[in-house]
Design a protein around this ligand. Structure first.
Ligand SMILES: NC(=O)c1ccc[n+]([C@@H]2O[C@H](COP(=O)([O-])OP(=O)(O)OC[C@H]3O[C@@H](n4cnc5c(N)ncnc54)[C@H](O)[C@@H]3O)[C@@H](O)[C@H]2O)c1
Length: 502
C-alpha cells in the first residue's frame, strides 16, 4: 500500500513546504552512478521525428536513431536534436527564447518540487508529460524526475511556445531518467514517435493554450491546441496502448459559481463561459469518449488556479509582481471583484503525484484550494508581501489602477476537493507563505527567466502571428469603472477584439 511521505526538508526560503533541491553541478551528477537505468541510459537526445518540417534531413534523423532509445546519447553531454540545437545557438526557437539571455540564471535558482512520495507503481515506468517546459507541468516533471529516479523515466514533450522556458527543467538535463522531446501535440507523427521511441506507458497531459485573456481574441488557436491536440494525443495513446492517461483540465469548465453558492462536485454539469474554458471542456469530451469507446484508462483532473515560481508573467500574480518590481502600478480588469481560489504549485505537484499513484481510471478529481481571494484583495496582499506601502487610499491609488473588464469574467469558481483529499492529498502551503516565496523568486529571476517580458505586462496583450504583442492603448483610471463606463468599454473592447482577430 503506498503512502505519502515527505521528501528532504525545504530550505528555500526556510518556511517553504515545497522541496528545494540544490542545482549545483556536484549534486546534479551524483545520481548518475546510482540509477538502475544504467542499462537504459535515458537519452536527452530526442532525435528528430519525421514530418516536422523544420529543416532537418531524413539522413540526420536516421543517424540520430538508436535501437535502444535509452542508450542513444552520452549522459553528460546534452545533445539536442539538430533543429533545436541550431535554434538555440541563435538564441531563439519558435520566435521565443528557449534559453534566456542569462545562460546561468537556472543555476542560481532553487530546484523546486512538491513534497509527496509514494510507493512506485509497477505498471508505470516511462511517463510522457506534455507541456513540460510550461508552468505546472515543469513542477511535475521536476518532482517526478527527482523523487523517483530509480522508478520512472520522464519525457517532457513540448513545442516551446511563447510561455515556456527550457530553464524550467534545465537542472534536470544531466539526470538519466529525464529527456526533453521538442514536439507539437497537433502533429500526430511526432506524438506517436515520442510514445514509441520512449516506450511510453503513462501520459500526463498538461500542454495547452492556457491564458483566458488571449482566448477572447485568438480562439482558433485554443481549439486547435486544446481540442485537436488532445484528440491527437488520445488517438496516439490508443495506438501505443498507453495504460494510464491523466488529462489535466480546469475548474473553469464548470463555469462561474455565484457568491454564496455551494462548491461543485465532479459530477456537476460543465457550463464554460469563455473560449479557453470551452476548449478545455471539449477536450474532456474527447477524453471521455476514448475511455468509453476504446477503454483507454483515463483520469481527468480539474484544478483551481495555480500560482508560484516558474509561471509565465502573463497570469495575474507573476504579472503584478513583475510590474511592481519595475516600480509600475498594476492594472485591474473591471472593478477587481471576481474571486479566484489559489493553490501553490508545490501543492499542485503533490496533487498530480497523488493522482498518478492513487487515482482510479475512469474518475474525475477536483483539486480544490481553500484560499479564495478577489483580484482587488490580491493587490493588497502582493503589495504587503513586497513591503510597498498602501495603507492610505492615496497610496493604494498610486499602485492599483483600473481598466475595462474582459468580455465576460466569471465572478467565482468553487470546486469541492474532498474526493482527492480522501486519497491523502492536502493543501500544505498557506497563501501568505506561497505568495512570499513567489515574490522572492520573481524578484530574483523574473526579469531574466524568459528574456524580455515587457510586452506581456500590458493589461490585454494579444497574439499576432504566434507572438505576443502589447495591446492597443486602454483607458487606465484611478477608480473602478462605473456601470455605464463598464458597458461602454465592453462594447469597445469586443469591437477591438473582433478587429484584431479578423
Ligand atoms: N495555471 C493555472 O492556474 C491552471 C489551473 C487549472 C488548470 N490548468 C491547466 O493546466 C495545464 C498547464 O497550465 P499552465 O498554466 O502550466 O500552462 P502554461 O501556459 O504555463 O504551459 C503550457 C505548455 O504547453 C506547451 N504547449 C502548448 N501548446 C502545445 C502544443 N501544441 N504541443 C506541445 N506543447 C504545447 C507550451 O509550450 C507550454 O510549455 C493546462 O492544461 C491548463 O489548462 C492551469
Amino acid at each position: 500500500m503506498s503512502s505519502p511521505s515527505s521528501s528532504p526538508a525545504a530550505s528555500y526560503p526556510a518556511s517553504t513546504t515545497s522541496s528545494y533541491r540544490s542545482s549545483s553541478p556536484s549534486s546534479r551528477s551524483s545520481d548518475a552512478q546510482a540509477s538502475p537505468f544504467q542499462r537504459h541510459a535515458f537519452s536527452r537526445n530526442p532525435s528528430p521525428s519525421p514530418g516536422r518540417g523544420r529543416g532537418h534531413s531524413h539522413a540526420a534523423m536516421e543517424s540520430a536513431r538508436s535501437p535502444d532509445p535509452f542508450m542513444a546519447a552520452s549522459l553528460h553531454q546534452p545533445c539536442w536534436r539538430p533543429t533545436v540545437k541550431a535554434a538555440l545557438s541563435n538564441g531563439t526557437m519558435n520566435g521565443h527564447r528557449g534559453y534566456c539571455q542569462e545562460p546561468d540564471v537556472w543555476q542560481q535558482a532553487p530546484v523546486l518540487t512538491g513534497t509527496t512520495q509514494f510507493e512506485p507503481r509497477p505498471d508505470v515506468r516511462n511517463i510522457m508529460i506534455t507541456g513540460g517546459a510550461g508552468f505546472i507541468a515543469s513542477w511535475v516533471v521536476r518532482h517526478l524526475t527527482l523523487t523517483y529516479p530509480h522508478a520512472y523515466n520522464i519525457v517532457s514533450f513540448d513545442k516551446l511556445d511563447y510561455c515556456s522556458s527550457l530553464n524550467n527543467t534545465r537542472a534536470l538535463n544531466d539526470k538519466r531518467n529525464f529527456t526533453f522531446y521538442h514536439g507539437d501535440l497537433t502533429n500526430p507523427s511526432e506524438v506517436l514517435d515520442c510514445m514509441e521511441r520512449y516506450h511510453i506507458d503513462t501520459v500526463m497531459h498538461f500542454a495547452a493554450q492556457s491564458h483566458v485573456d488571449l482566448s477572447f481574441g485568438n480562439s482558433y488557436s485554443f481549439t486547435h491546441a486544446n481540442v485537436y491536440g488532445t484528440h491527437v494525443l488520445l488517438e496516439s495513446a490508443k495506438k501505443a496502448r498507453i495504460t494510464r492517461f491523466i488529462h489535466v483540465s480546469t475548474d473553469e469548465v464548470y463555469g462561474e459559481v455565484g457568491h454564496g453558492e455551494g462548491e461543485l462536485q465532479e459530477s456537476s454539469i460543465l457550463a464554460p463561459t469563455n473560449p479557453y474554458a470551452a476548449s478545455k471542456a471539449a477536450a474532456e469530451m474527447m477524453v471521455h469518449s476514448y475511455h468509453k469507446s476504446f477503454k483507454l484508462p483515463t483520469i481527468i483532473v480539474r484544478s483551481n488556479n495555480v500560482y508560484g515560481p516558474h509561471q509565465y508573467p502573463e497570469k495575474i500574480i507573476p504579472k503584478f509582481i513583475c510590474l511592481l518590481n519595475r516600480g509600475r502600478p498594476v492594472v485591474l480588469h473591471g472593478d477587481g471583484s471576481p474571486t479566484r481560489r489559489y493553490l501553490y504549485a508545490a501543492d499542485a505537484a503533490d496533487a498530480f503525484d497523488t493522482i498518478l499513484h492513487k487515482g482510479q481510471t475512469g474518475h474525475v478529481y477536483n483539486v480544490g484550494s481553500t484560499d479564495e481571494i478577489s483580484n482587488l484583495e490580491l493587490c493588497g496582499k502582493i503589495l504587503s508581501a513586497m513591503e510597498i506601502g498602501h495603507d492610505t487610499p492615496e497610496q493604494f491609488r498610486n499602485w492599483v489602477k483600473y481598466t475595462h473588464d474582459r468580455p465576460f469574467n466569471d465572478c467565482r469558481y468553487a470546486v469541492d476537493g474532498s474526493k482527492l483529499r480522501k486519497l491523502g492529498w492536502e493543501q500544505k502551503t498557506t497563501f501568505q507563505e506561497g505568495l512570499q516565496m513567489t515574490v522572492e523568486w520573481y524578484r530574483r529571476f523574473g526579469e531574466q527567466w524568459w528574456g524580455d517580458i515587457s510586452h506581456v505586462l500590458t493589461p490585454f496583450p494579444i497574439v499576432s502571428e504566434g507572438e505576443i504583442v502589447p495591446d492597443v492603448e486602454h483607458l487606465v483610471k484611478d477608480d473602478p469603472p462605473t456601470p455605464v463606463e463598464r458597458s461602454l468599454a465592453k462594447g469597445i473592447s469586443q469591437k477591438g477584439i473582433s478587429q484584431k482577430a479578423s
